[in-house]
Ligand binder design. Structure first.
Ligand SMILES: NC(=O)c1ccc[n+]([C@@H]2O[C@H](COP(=O)([O-])OP(=O)(O)OC[C@H]3O[C@@H](n4cnc5c(N)ncnc54)[C@H](OP(=O)(O)O)[C@@H]3O)[C@@H](O)[C@H]2O)c1
Length: 283
């Protein structure tokens, strides 16, 4: 099986290419060193790369991912993410590949008391969630029986560049002994990205097709998560809880972004773990 990973230098794409170690993998990204330079805004290049590589499975990890950026730039986000990724989908269909696509718990409104299941009705409250919802629909309609849409939330882990995920943000803050305000009213079940990547590989090997949640085994607020990280270094007093509305974020966040992972457990007979300490132990 030949795998093509779009966005191989991002948090998820990098981890996925490591998880595919036993397979033939080609990754492409905006950096030199990959097979080829590619940009979501340049469709002709996408079709050319797809025909050159002719993969069996296409993993779409490239995304102009900022939630607030999408809210502030809805037209650019639509063009880059929705149109750009739809070109990847059309190109993948032409070579008859399977597709995996990461989506988000932000496709839900966040008003439910329990973690969201795969069959709950989507109702995004921000542009990022709306664009994910459209792309999910495009994947389903173009790849019936040949896709994995995995919804996830709060990914953290090694990033080859940028080091921008939440764990790194907290580590930078406490290293400088600076206080950090964190919302106490945004709940999620974050997960070490390597666990998601391994789960995607396993789902592919077992020929899963459909939509599935991949998230951690602890539901907590962002404040609790930040405190947990800082606590490992004896600096939890630097983390200060605030309500979301005081943060001035452009995009509203769902209050409950927790995902139920029962479907994954039943399908795989495996359990997905948060694994914060495993990642911190690797630093
Ligand atoms: N992180 C999370 O908590 C989370 C949660 C749910 C879903 N997801 C989804 O998972 C996917 C990957 O997210 P991530 O956290 O790995 O993000 P990331 O680290 O920012 O990686 C995104 C990748 O997309 C590439 N990219 C951005 N704009 C591009 C463009 N115009 N053309 C080509 N490539 C472009 C980036 O390239 P450069 O490295 O060159 O910038 C980067 O490699 C996204 O679809 C995201 O929505 C993430």
């Amino acid at each position: 099986m030949k795998h093509l990973v779009f966005g191989g230098n991002g948090l998820l794409g990098y981890s996925l290419r490591l998880a595919l170690i036993d397979e033939e993998v080609v990754t492409i990204g905006r950096d030199k060193g990959d097979y080829a330079y590619f940009d979501l805004n340049e469709p002709m290049q996408i079709y050319r790369i797809m025909e050159d590589i002719n993969p069996d499975v296409v993993h779409i990890c490239a995304y102009a991912a900022g939630v607030d950026w999408s809210e502030d730039n809805p037209v650019e986000s639509f063009y880059t993410n929705v149109t750009g990724i739809s070109h990847i989908l059309f190109a993948a269909r032409r070579v008859d590949a399977k597709v995996t696509f990461p989506s988000s718990s932000y496709v839900f409104a966040g008003g439910m008391a329990d973690p969201y299941t795969e069959s709950d009705v989507t109702s995004p409250i921000n542009v990022y969630g709306r664009h994910k919802e459209i792309l999910e629909e495009n994947v389903r309609s173009l790849f019936p029986g040949k896709h994995i849409i995995y919804r996830t939330v709060g990914l953290f882990g090694y990033e080859p560049k940028g080091k921008k995920n939440f764990v790194y943000q907290i580590l930078r803050t406490i290293e400088n002994d600076e206080p950090m305000i964190v919302p106490a009213d945004q709940f999620m079940n974050p997960i070490f990205v390597n666990n998601v990547a391994k789960a995607v590989v396993l789902l592919g090997q077992r020929r899963f097709s459909g939509t599935i949640n991949l998230a951690g085994d602890i539901n907590l607020s962002k404040y609790e998560w930040a405190r947990m990280i800082a606590d490992r270094y004896g600096k939890e007093n630097l983390i200060l809880p605030v309500p979301s509305e005081t943060l001035g974020q452009s995009a509203p966040r769902p209050s409950n972004a927790c995902l139920s992972t029962l479907k994954y457990q039943r399908f795989s007979q495996k359990y997905l773990k948060f694994d914060l300490d495993r990642f911190l132990g690797m630093l």
